[in-house]
Design a binder for this molecule. Structure first.
Ligand SMILES: Nc1nc2c(c(=O)[nH]1)N[C@H]1C(S)=C(S)[C@@H](COP(=O)(O)OP(=O)(O)OC[C@H]3O[C@@H](n4cnc5c(N)ncnc54)[C@H](O)[C@@H]3O)O[C@H]1N2
Ligand code: MOO
Length: 394
């Protein structure tokens, strides 16, 4: 058994260099920007009015009057110059005419025909956004970066119509076991419904992977070999089940027979001990344990960082947060324990309460959990109020 950190390091060392591809801005939500994007213009490209009102040349004072000499609106400026005693009717987003230094909002003037008078309730502020106030030409949005909604608007304003993004990693998911049927299929007397694959699909897709769900591999060397062959070409092949030491646990044996270079098998983690990984042709094989909770927690700790790393994101591991225990816990054994827990209230730090039942076969507590409380290898007994690490479950 190797420690969790060590296993993750070995897994991430299998990640090949990122492959980039060009992508239209409109398709890029959630993708990882791989080359810096550079603005070819400033925003705003000209000094722009921030309000609807009147552009004037000097600081406005209550009672002053100005003659209106023209209009500037968004998309159509005023070509002349504003001199003392003159005003240009201006609207939000219009370029500020030459000579103008202030925009007086229309609520602060009274208008009589082509003449305005500044009222005595004058607010302050010039109401002008200088050219380049948001960004200048040459501004860079630096890579790597997962593109969020606001990033896409910024890239559009920068006039970046096509981006260089990391290619979506392809993840092939294989459930293994004679006992499994797909949801909706009639189970036989000794069968159950394959479940954890759907959690893993959701988790991988949320991180930007393209997921292929392969047929269930039955517990024979021939069946597993055949389904592994269907997965060829994927960046990651995830098997679920058959990772342990039983007579029917074939994944390590079959994958090695197919040429896998094993990176590790068995980790000091609970749940998740039988985890294995290695390189198989051009793919990274991640063999998850079959117990539903074990597979899903290993998904959070290993598959999610792997999908992030394949897209070039730095620091891909989930980052632990801190919370205060609401109960006593016994000393921990030789495997780091990731305990399903809820967060209850806040006392400067969130309060964390692990479930009494930590059976790795039970999905209902996992579905109700908000956090994984981390008990390190050989941690001494802990008491109420102790500060512990946890991973949020989203
Ligand atoms: N003698 C030992 N037995 C076991 C050990 C051990 O060290 N020595 N480790 C235990 C641990 S820990 C785990 S975890 C399990 C994992 O074993 P496998 O990866 O070989 O998983 P399976 O035996 O195939 O399945 C375990 C369990 O999970 C159910 N399962 C499998 N796939 C799915 C699926 N896609 N959806 C829902 N449920 C699934 C399967 O029916 C079994 O009940 O091994 C322990 N044994
Ligand atoms: O480690 Mo197993 O994953 O305890 O159930």
């Amino acid at each position: 058994m190797i420690p969790v950190d060590d296993a993750l390091r070995r897994l991430l060392s299998l990640v090949p260099p990122v492959q980039a591809e060009p992508l239209a801005l409109a398709q890029a939500a959630g993708r990882v920007l791989w080359a810096d994007a550079v603005a070819d213009r400033a925003q705003p490209p000209f000094a722009a009015s921030a309000m609807d009102g009147y552009a004037i040349a000097t600081q406005p004072m209550a009672g002053q009057t100005f003659d209106i000499i023209g209009t500037a609106q968004a998309g159509a400026g005023f070509s002349g110059r504003v001199g003392p005693g003159e005003a240009v009717r201006i609207f939000t987003g219009a370029s500020v005419p030459q000579g103008a230094q202030w925009v007086v909002i229309q609520e602060d003037v009274t208008r009589d025909g082509a003449r305005i008078t500044i009222s005595d309730t004058l607010g302050d502020g010039r109401n002008i956004r200088p050219a380049g106030a948001d960004f200048s030409a040459g501004y860079r949005l630096t890579a790597p970066r997962r593109l969020r909604a606001a990033d896409l608007a910024l890239l559009a304003a920068m006039n970046c119509a096509t981006l260089s993004v990391a290619r979506k990693p392809v993840v092939a998911l294989i459930a293994t076991g004679d006992e499994l049927v797909q949801p909706g299929e009639p189970p036989g007397p000794n069968q159950i419904v394959a479940s954890n694959i759907f959690a893993l699909k959701a988790m991988a897709e949320a991180e930007g992977a393209h997921v292929r769900l392969l047929p269930i591999a039955r517990d024979t060397q021939a069946a597993l070999t055949q389904v592994l062959a269907l997965a060829r070409g994927a960046d990651v092949i995830v098997t679920i089940g058959g990772a342990s030491v039983g007579d029917h646990d074939l994944v390590a044996r079959v994958a090695e027979a197919e040429g896998m270079e094993l990176a590790f098998h068995k980790i000091a983690m609970r749940p998740g001990k039988p985890l294995l990984s290695g390189r198989l042709d051009g793919s990274i094989l991640l063999g998850l344990p079959g117990n539903p909770v074990s597979a899903i927690i290993c998904g959070h700790l290993f598959l999610v960082p792997l999908v992030r790393a394949l897209q070039g994101l730095p620091d891909p591991a989930p980052r632990p947060l801190r919370a205060r225990l609401v109960c006593d816990l016994p000393a921990n054994g030789p495997r780091a324990h990731y305990m399903r827990a809820v967060l209850t209230g806040d006392d400067g730090l969130p309060m964390i309460d692990p479930f009494p039942d930590q059976d790795s076969g039970r999905l209902t507590p996992l579905a109700g959990a908000q956090a994984l409380l981390i008990r390190p290898v050989s941690a001494p007994a802990a008491t109420v109020g102790d500060v512990v690490d946890y991973l949020p479950l989203v």
